[in-house]
Design a binder for this molecule. Structure first.
Ligand code: DAH
Length: 365
């Protein structure tokens, strides 16, 4: 029988237990130290970026906590769950601290933002500058109102127009001087900037069956060198009425109502024979000067009349070009330059100032 040494066995077991206890304590100690370091680092952080860095450093896949847990392999099967539990608590503690720190930083950032965006209600306000309707816009609004009150509708057409609509369909002969490059802006052989609002007549008649009663207002373009009375861009209003039995009397009546509303109730009108390719007969129409009433002044250059518009009975060829039978229907048309009328009305002596957008000018109206 081998005598059992009483002293050796307990000592051996004790060492064994001691070493095991030691290992566990070391891991526990490491975890505790890690927790404290992590928490103090997190509490010092003053930005989201630093927090994120700390999270990766302590809790990330390659972080410190993982490294410690990897070392658990040396522990026994009973020890591992114990250490696992502690590790989970450490992880939880660090995560909670991270969450709180995140919230604190967010709150601080919001506070900062609110402070920087705070409105000082004692500061003097900024002056809001109200604009004004341009005198041309006012004139166009007045014109629309007058014609709408007579049952007209407002039609629109393109400013970049084809030669067909601007000249051909309007019965302009091939050699008409206005077709010349020196008078018209050509984009190519067939496309131009419209020189008049008259092409809108054609576009409307092509699409609409009579009765037709429209006005169309807008920009026109001619190859003119700017001076006090010429601008390469200017404005016109076009009128067109087509129905059964329309006569020159209707034209005169309509224009008279317009003139009395626009220039004043005592205005008289005068028709002078003229020639336009798209009307037959054609007339130029003058009105008694709205400034002097016909006695002569600087606005009418002493003659008592101002030239207001061109007009006439729609040429049968134009009706035909638009698919309207001139044996059944007739119509009248008129066209008027808006810029010149506006200048006369307000005593503006240079057309160019209308397009300079100088507030000192516009604010006078
Ligand atoms: N389009 C002509 C021009 O620019 C004005 C004009 C005259 C228009 C007679 C008309 C009209 O509709 O019938 O000079």
């Amino acid at each position: 029988m081998v005598p059992r040494s009483r002293g050796f066995v307990p000592f051996g077991m004790g060492l064994f237990l001691y070493v095991k206890l030691e290992r566990r304590l070391i891991v526990e100690e490491k975890l505790k130290e890690l927790k404290e370091r992590a928490i103090s680092k997190i509490n010092e952080a003053d930005s989201m970026a630093i927090l994120e860095k700390a999270r990766v450093h302590y809790l990330g896949k390659k972080g410190e906590l993982t490294k410690i847990l990897r070392g658990m392999g040396a522990l026994s099967a009973e020890e591992r769950p114990l250490i696992g539990k502690i590790a989970n608590i450490v992880r939880e503690n660090i995560e909670n601290t991270l969450e709180e720190a995140k919230k604190a930083i967010k709150d601080r950032e919001l506070e900062k933002k609110l402070q920087s965006e705070a409105i000082d209600v004692t500061m003097p306000g900024k002056k809001i500058r109200t604009g004004r309707r341009h005198p041309l816009t006012q004139a166009m609004d007045d014109l629309k109102k007058i014609f709408i009150s007579m049952g007209f509708e407002v039609a629109e057409g393109p400013e970049v127009e084809t030669v067909y609509y601007n000249f051909d369909a309007l019965n302009a002969p091939q050699n008409h001087p206005s077709r010349d490059m020196s008078d018209t802006f050509y984009i190519n052989e067939n496309v131009i900037l419209r020189t008049q609002t008259s092409p809108v007549q054609v576009r409307v008649m092509e699409k609409t069956k009579p009765p037709i009663r429209i006005v169309s207002l807008g920009r026109c373009f001619r190859n003119d060198t700017p001076d006090a009375t010429h601008s390469p861009m200017f404005h016109q209003i076009e009128g067109l009425v087509v129905d059964k039995g329309i006569t020159m009397g209707d034209l005169k009546g309509t224009l008279e109502v317009f003139a009395k509303h626009f220039f004043g109730p005592d205005t008289q009108m005068k028709f002078r024979p003229h020639n336009f390719p798209f009307t037959e007969p054609s007339a130029e129409v003058d009105a008694t000067c709205f400034k002097c009433g016909g006695t002569g002044c600087s606005v009418c250059k002493g003659v008592g009349w101002i030239e207001v518009l061109g007009a006439g009975m729609v040429h049968p060829n134009v009706l035909k070009n638009c698919g309207i039978d001139p044996e059944i229907y007739s119509g009248f048309a008129f066209g008027m330059g808006i810029d010149r009328l506006t200048m006369q009305k307000y005593g503006i002596d240079d057309i160019r100032i209308l397009f300079e957008n100088d507030m000192r000018f516009i604010n006078q109206f």
